[in-house]
Write a protein that binds this ligand. Sequence first.
Ligand code: PMP
Length: 449
Amino acid sequence: MTNQSLSNRDLSVLWHPCTQMKDHETFPIIPIKKGQGVWLEDYDGNRYLDAISSWWVNLFGHANPHIIAALKDQLDTLEHVIFAGFTHESAIKLAEKLVEIAPEGLDRCFYADNGSAAVEVALKMSFHYWRNRGQTRKTQFITLENSYHGETLGALAVGNVPLYKETYAPLLMDVITVPGPDCYNRETGESWAEYSTRRFALMEQTLQQHSECVCAVIIEPLVQCAGNMRMYDPVYLKLLRAACDKYQVHLIADEIAVGFGRTGTLFACEQAAIGPDFMCLSKGLTGGYLPLSAVLTSNQIYQAFYDDYQKLTAFLHSHSYTGNALACRAGLATLEIFRQHNVIENNKQLAGIMAKAAARFSGHPHVAEVRQKGMILAIELVKNKQTREPYPWQERRGIKVYQYALSKGVLLRPLGNVIYFMPPYIINEEELLVIADVAWDGIQCAVKD
Ligand code: PMP
């Protein structure tokens, strides 16, 4: 088997996510034979440093021995069982641990099997909670400009990235979209906290006007990842928590991308010392091994569904693979690594090294901003540094960086014209320097002509 033979077979039968398949007439698809640590290897023996953690899921490297051992043990015992009417030890233990480590007030865990499904669950639960409480006018959701919450219709509706959303607009529920706190747009001399605070006025206004009809505000705490890794100050979350309480609206924190240490704390909400009413988790939850998601909520919300069957207040949402035993076990093994290896503390050092490695990018004539939260670092390419005029999207400059980096053995996958590093937490200094060097040269290539 070679790259070529597998790629031919792939392209004759498969349809890949988030891809214009015609691109593969010119960009080869890369068949991966194996992974080890931060490295992936293809069938021709080329190696790629996984600088984006395989779509932000992998925390502790490919072929992690601790997770593998746990999974083997689970596989010998129980692979899966229906999760209605039945339960199992791994699901119970994982829920206990999640409740223990989550922000205060999140005492209940509902499983689903991917991030979008978790968002759907949180939206439905919020709506259903108000309905069970007799507040039937609450049917709407507030979302932020430039947000992303997944691709299923409900999740897409509460997202705001036009590239993914516009085509399907006729199918989507109406939402209230509020201008966001994205600090890329702050004035010169204005601090992140000042800008995010100033922008909160628009959210407060919206809540004041619409709260009677609103179930929840949904947000990605601190980093709008799919929205080009745009970032904002924790003060926004603090203000939002207080306003949601004041106006009797739920707060849904989508920590699917930012949870599990990505922003420097275990959960991004911790940086604002707040607890949401619903917290959606996925991606890093299993260390990048198996699909699983969880929605954590409060016992107070849970109680609104708890009644005699005939009252028809139960949350009847289900997925066949809810609480999959292998996935839950991978989640447990992942949390064990967090506990045993002082990951959050070590990541501070890694984040510092990443910052140093990328320091020179700010001076690049086509870089408008280098921004970072913990283990996420983003570099915004622009056509004109002074005016911040972006490159026309049709020029696909980011793809040029992607291709260059692949040819040098680094997997970067820019979002439009934003190049970002979001590596597994087991990466070392030397590897971070390689990523930065390759990204620099890739940018040089991409901005030529
Ligand atoms: N929410 C956020 C913040 C995400 O980044 C993503 C995935 N990129 C999702 C939801 C959707 O998760 P999934 O791809 O597992 O459906």
